[in-house]
Structure formats: C-alpha cells, structure tokens
Design a protein around this ligand. Structure first.
Ligand SMILES: Cc1cc2nc3c(=O)[nH]c(=O)nc-3n(C[C@H](O)[C@H](O)[C@H](O)COP(=O)(O)OP(=O)(O)OC[C@H]3O[C@@H](n4cnc5c(N)ncnc54)[C@H](O)[C@@H]3O)c2cc1C
Length: 376
C-alpha cells in the first residue's frame, strides 16, 4: 500500500508530492493530461513569494505598474517598487513537478482519477491510465485535482459557492508599456469581476473573469481595445473564489483550487495553492507518523492554513462580494476618491496582490466616506 496518492500535478499537487517524497514517503501522483502543465489555463501573474518555494526560471516578464480603467474615466496609473512576475505557466508547472519526481514521487501522466472510496484501513482510488482501469490503495488521498475535483465530488458534499468563469486569448500584439498590466472594471467588461491585459513581449494575454457564466460574450467588449485578427491561442476555465467550510475528511484532504483556496479579489491561486500544500504536508506528515487518519485528527490541516492565510482570504472574500455589487455609477464615485495623489501614493507603497486587505483598510480609515459614496 502507498503512503499517499495525490490527484493532480498542478502547482499544489506537485509541491505537496515533492515535500512528502523528500521526507521519504511513498507518493503516487496522478495527472490526467499526457503532459504536466498543459493545456495552460492561466495568466501567470505571481509575486516573488512563489519563488521562495519553487525553483523555476520560467519568467516571461516582470511588471511594476498597472493602468486601472474605471467606467468612462481616465486610466489610473499605479506603480510599485516591487515587481510582479509573469510566468510561463506550462514550464513553471513542469519545474514544480520535476522537483517532486526528483525527490522520488511516482508521477503517472495520462492517468485520470475516476473514483475514490474511503475504507476503514485505506483510501482506494480508481484511475484510467492510458485506457487501462487501475486501482491503488493508500493510507491517505489528496485532492489537488483543480476546480472540478473528483476527490471533492466523491467525498465532500460541499462545492465552492462563488465561481468565476474566464475567457482569455493570447494575442500577437505588443503592448507599448511592457512594465504595466491593464485592468478594466465595470459592467461592460464583466459581471462582478474584471478584465485584464498582461504584456509578455510580442504576446499579450487578454482576458476576463465574470461571476457565473458568459465570459465569451463579455470578451467582445474587450476586443475594442485590441486588434481582433491576431489571436494565437485561446484558454479559460472556472476559478473557485470561495473556500469550502471543511477541507479535510477521513483519510483525505483538499488543497488548492479543489478546496477553493484562491485569492477572491484577483482569482490568483498559484501562491495560495502552494501555501495550502505546505500546510497539508505538515498535517499529512503528522498523520503518517501517528498512523491516525480520522477526520478529527486531520482537521489540524484546516487550522494550519487558516492560521496562515484564512483571515486574509475571509476579508478579501467580503471585499470581493461588496465590489461585485457596485454599479458603474458607484465605481465612478470610488474612482474619484482613489485617483487622488494621496491614495495613489498609499496604493504604491502598501499595495500587495497576495495580501490586499491591509491597503483596503488603510484607504477606508483615511476615507470612510468611500463606502457611502460607493452605495449611491
Ligand atoms: C484564465 C485563468 C487565469 C488565471 N490567472 C492566474 C494568475 O495570473 N495568477 C494566479 O496565481 N492564478 C491564476 N489563475 C488560477 C490558477 O490557475 C489556479 O488557482 C491554480 O492553477 C491552482 O493550482 P492547483 O494545483 O490547485 O490546480 P490546477 O492548476 O488546476 O491543477 C490541477 C491538476 O489536476 C489535474 N486533474 C484534474 N482532474 C484530474 C483527475 N480526475 N485525475 C488526475 N488529474 C486531474 C489537472 O490536469 C491539473 O494538472 C488563473 C486561472 C484561470 C482559469
């Protein structure tokens, strides 16, 4: 019997497989696709923090600014000292997976998990590897199989409540300013989320997220800003922006997108997925050491990740809910306050895409009227 089966070789599953294998555990990592990292469903915007955990040089660009377009307003330009990094997501995922395989993980590509059962003495997974149905037993199973997790569907009753659907094209357009991303707000671009354009040299990643469905329809509004005949790739997919009430069960844990552990304001889940994997490592290690896999014992996983990023995700979730309800008129009122030099200075000095709540509180303390103005 294996120690651990990890379903999914995205950043979360590969990082956890790496950490467990490095400790000497017998880890089987199942990946549905024939190649790790493909197809790409991501814009690839991360902070330096990710590189504290992952050895990777797959960097497409570094940006330090953003143009934020509020409805019918001049773009607001913000600029930070620290750079935000735009990665090549396919090779980044391969790099994390290589760390896992290098540490001893048994990675099986072309291996789609199709079912999980929990028995008293083991977890049992069924998967299809190159067309052959196989089963494997392990002491614990981890769902790192993304937004449509099979582990979650089979073992957990809950689904993430807030899902953003996305549509993104790679366009052969070179943005003039390679040092700034563009963010488009308002009802023309999205329902309750935002659209973006991210420069990576001769290719620009242009996309949007919207609450519920209909991302492709909103894309038509974005096309106004860019030539339509230069599309060299299309991607998209769901992003769960709310985490589950319970991310652990008997002999199982959910990490990353499978658990909805994603930044609600931006839909970024690479960093939070790796953070959840780190805490899952600690809990799984303790469970294997103590030979204890009850739901009660494994609840420590949720305690660990919540102590670290739970407060931030909770607050960001509330802000996102508030933001998602603002009309264009309200957004314009918010713009009037935010575009003052004092606030732009504040954004430039304390804005942090991994931990945005600090900035939001700082702005609200200085301008509490923004809340009332937003509700006009
Ligand atoms: C358009 C778009 C843009 C995004 N942009 C950003 C961004 O700029 N920055 C950022 O931080 N995040 C971004 N995200 C979110 C980010 O992609 C995810 O949060 C992140 O990939 C989560 O990592 P994960 O390992 O938890 O899941 P995933 O990366 O989804 O990995 C899950 C893995 O499991 C595999 N799998 C699925 N089902 C099975 C199965 N049944 N059996 C075996 N394997 C299976 C999949 O093939 C995949 O390899 C974006 C998402 C989208 C859709």
């Amino acid at each position: 019997m294996r120690d651990v089966v990890v379903a999914g070789a995205g950043p979360s599953g590969s990082y956890l497989s790496y950490a467990l294998s490095k400790k000497g555990y017998d880890v089987l990592n199942l990946e549905d696709h024939p190649e790790v990292g493909r197809p790409v469903e991501c814009t690839g915007v991360v902070t330096e923090r990710v590189f504290r955990f992952v050895r990777s040089k797959s960097i497409a660009n570094r940006v330090s600014g953003a143009y934020v377009y509020f409805p019918d307003s001049e773009p607001m330009h913000i600029r930070k000292n620290e750079e935000t990094i735009v990665i090549y997501r396919d090779s980044f995922d391969k790099d994390v997976s290589a760390m896992a395989v290098g540490a001893g993980t048994d990675l099986r590509v072309n291996s789609r998990l199709i079912g999980v059962k929990i028995h008293e003495d083991c977890a049992e997974v069924t998967y299809r590897e190159n067309g052959q149905i196989r089963t494997e037993k392990s002491r614990i199973v981890i769902g790192a199989d993304g937004a449509n997790s099979v582990v979650r569907k089979d073992l957990y009753e809950e689904r993430p409540k807030r899902i953003v659907s996305t549509y993104q094209v790679d366009s052969a357009v070179r943005m003039e300013d390679q040092d700034s991303v563009s963010v488009y707000l308002g009802s023309e671009n999205s329902k309750g989320f935002f659209a973006w354009a991210v420069p990576t040299g001769n290719i620009t990643r242009i996309g949007l997220g919207t609450l519920g469905s209909g991302a492709r329809e909103y894309y038509r509004a974005l096309e106004k800003h860019f030539p339509v005949d230069r599309v060299v790739g299309i991607t998209g997919g769901p992003i769960p922006i709310s985490y589950l009430k319970r991310t652990y069960g008997n002999r199982s844990l959910l990490i990353g997108d499978a658990a909805g552990i994603v930044k609600p304001l931006t839909g970024g889940g690479i960093y939070t997925g790796i953070v959840s994997a780190r805490h899952a490592f600690r809990a799984v290690d303790e469970a294997l050491e103590n030979d204890s896999f009850t739901q009660e014992f494994l609840s420590r996983y949720q305690k660990y990740w919540k102590e670290d990023i739970g407060r931030e995700l909770f607050i960001d979730g509330l802000i996102q809910k508030f933001f998602s309800k603002l009309s264009d008129r309200s957004l314009k009122a918010v713009y009037k306050v935010l575009s003052s030099p004092d606030i732009i200075g504040r954004i430039n000095s304390i804005g942090d895409i991994d931990y945005p709540s600090k900035l939001v509180f700082s702005v609200l303390l200085k301008h509490p009227s923004i809340l009332l103005n937003a509700l006009v």
